[in-house]
Structures are given as structure tokens and as C-alpha cells.
Design a protein around this ligand. Structure first.
Ligand code: NAP
Length: 283
């Protein structure tokens, strides 16, 4: 039997509609600043999409495009000026940065109140402590997708393949939080016998950046499979899951593209709204 498809494009549209309504009710227009350094086509395309999304929900886009000849000091100065700008509610530095520029240091310069990517150590610390805060967009997008489709996490066994600070680790924390209550395993490239580990999962999340890594043998029949992977191959963009095989085993599955990607973008808008409300004492 074929798995239920978890349509990220559809759920992202629901999130965007919610954000759009909330923005329309505000007495001011939230502002999202994007910083793009260099000429990497993929980064340009991502930022273009984020700016377009912002415009669609009524968030003002403030865009800064810099040549890859700039140095860390100039980048820091720009971020500090955006920190001080009251019209800016969220700041996003598109990663990775080219050359010797240090992405972590750039993110650490962002005022945590404007950290709409949720990747500042302050935001990640809040997540670790189980305290409210801005959450990284991809993991919170995965949680929202599960919630939308009423896929219960409480008491479930969740396995995440990938331990990055961008996806795997924060998602593990979200699934562990009280209320989500999953029992979580995080696998990585040194995990021994990956199929044995992943086939224990009720909820299996692939975030490895390895095309087609997850095959039918990795999946317990009826499990929910979330494919975070985005891999550029000769056949175009593909996920980490061998969709054609796994769709026959899983109970529910995200397509890739069209699953987690749109959710990540939508959660950036939700975070920008939240940051704007928090900064201005609304909501
Ligand atoms: P990353 O920093 O490269 O981390 C990849 C993780 O996967 C690492 O922990 C690595 O293990 C593990 N891994 C790699 N190959 C593996 C294998 N064969 N078996 C088991 N574990 C393996 O990548 P990332 O930034 O987390 O991104 C992961 C993927 O998600 C990428 O394809 C990325 O493009 C995609 N992504 C998508 C979105 C979206 O919105 N859809 C957002 C962010 C990222 P080690 O730690 O041992 O090296």
C-alpha cells in the first residue's frame, strides 16, 4: 500500500495565510533583513524565494547584497547597524558565506531578539533549556508538518539521521520537549548498522545530505518518513530518501522537493512575525 503524502507546499500555504492575517492585524509592518554575500547561484535563489515569501505575507524585505571581497569587519558592521535599526525585526545571513568569512561569527553578531533563523547560540541555548524562543526554521517546520497531519509524537520512537546544529540536533530537542514526548535517537555517519537503528523508528527523519540513503530496508512498515535532504544531482534536486521504494513501505512520507523545503521557508515568516510581536510587546 502506498503511503500518505505529507504535502509541505500545502501546509506552508496554511502557515503563510496565518502569518499574513496576523501581519494585517498589526499596527506596523514587520521588517525582515536579508544579507547575501557573493554570487553563489543557489544562495541567490534561496534569498530571492525568501524575499518573495515575505512580500506575499506583508513583511517588508530589506535586502543587502555584498561582494565576496568584503571582510568580516564590514559584515559585522552591517549586522550591527541592522541590530540598531528599529524597523528591522528579523535578520537573516544567508549561509554558507564565501571564502574566509566566518558564518558562525556573523550569526553570533545578530541581536538574539532578531535571530529569525534561530541559529544564534542564545536561541539554541533556549531550546536546550526548554524555554520559549525563536526555533530553527527547518526543525520547527518538521514539527508543524507532523502536527498538521495529526501524527502523534508522544511516546513515539523517533530516529533522526544527521547531527548538524542546523537540523538534526535542534529537531532532536524539539521532539524531546515536554508535549512532544518522543524517545529520540540521533544517527550519523559513524552509526553502526544504520538500517537496524532506523527500522526501530515510528518517525524517521533523514537529514544527511546523501541522495537515496534511506531505502525500504531502513523503514519499519507504517512509519512516518520525513525527508529533509536537498541534494543536487544530474537528475536534479533529490532528497535523502529513495521515495519510489519507501512510499510502498511507509505509512506517511514527505516528497522532496515539496515537503520540508516549503515548511522551512514558511517558518522563517512565522519567526519574523513572532520576533516583531515580541520586540513590540504584542501577542
Ligand atoms: P550536514 O551539516 O552536512 O550534516 C549531515 C549529517 O548527516 C552529519 O551529522 C553526518 O554525519 C550525517 N550523515 C552524512 N552521511 C551519512 C550517512 N551515510 N549515514 C548516516 N549519517 C550520515 O548537513 P545539514 O546542514 O544538516 O543538512 C542535511 C541535509 O538537509 C542536506 O541535504 C541539506 O541540503 C538539507 N537541508 C534541507 C533543508 C530544507 O529546508 N529542506 C534545510 C537545511 C538542510 P557526521 O556528523 O558523522 O558527519
Amino acid at each position: 500500500m502506498s503511503a500518505r503524502i505529507l504535502d509541505g507546499t500545502e501546509v506552508a500555504a496554511v502557515v503563510k495565510e496565518e502569518v499574513s492575517k496576523a501581519v494585517a492585524d498589526l499596527a506596523y509592518q514587520p521588517g525582515l533583513a536579508t544579507i547575501l554575500v557573493g554570487d553563489d547561484p543557489a544562495s541567490h535563489s534561496y534569498v530571492r524565494g525568501k524575499r518573495r515569501d515575505a512580500g506575499q505575507v506583508g513583511i517588508r524585505s530589506i535586502h543587502h547584497e555584498l561582494p565576496d571581497s568584503i571582510d568580516q569587519i564590514e559584515l559585522t558592521a552591517l549586522i550591527e547597524s541592522l541590530n540598531a535599526d528599529d524597523d528591522v525585526d528579523g535578520i537573516l545571513v544567508q549561509l554558507p558565506l564565501p571564502g574566509d568569512l566566518n558564518g558562525e561569527s556573523a550569526v553570533e553578531t545578530i541581536d538574539p531578539a532578531k535571530d529569525v533563523d534561530g541559529l544564534h547560540p542564545f536561541s539554541l541555548g533556549k531550546l536546550m533549556l526548554g524555554q520559549p524562543g525563536l526555533r530553527p526554521c527547518t526543525p520547527s517546520g518538521v514539527m508543524r508538518l507532523l502536527d498538521h497531519y495529526d501524527i502523534g509524537t508522544a511516546g513515539s520512537r523517533a530516529v533522526i539521521v544527521g547531527r548538524s546544529y542546523l537540523v538534526g540536533r535542534p529537531l532532536a530537542m524539539l521532539l524531546l520537549e515536554r508535549g512532544a514526548d518522543s524517545t529520540v535517537t540521533v544517527a550519523h555517519s559513524r552509526t553502526v548498522d544504520l538500517p537496524a537503528v532506523t527500522s526501530e523508528a515510528d518517525i524517521l527523519v533523514a537529514a544527511a545530505g546523501s541522495p537515496g540513503l534511506i531505502k525500504a530496508e531502513h523503514v519499519r512498515p507504517g512509519a512516518t518518513v520525513i525527508d529533509v535532504g536537498v541534494n543536487r544531482t544530474d537528475d536534479g534536486l533529490v532528497g535523502d530518501v529513495d521515495f519510489g521504494a519507501v512510499v510502498e513501505v511507509a505509512g506517511a512520507i514527505t516528497p522532496a522537493p515539496g515537503g520540508v523545503g516549503p515548511m522551512t521557508r514558511a517558518m522563517l515568516l512565522a519567526n519574523t512575525l513572532r520576533a516583531a510581536e515580541a520586540r513590540r510587546g504584542v501577542g
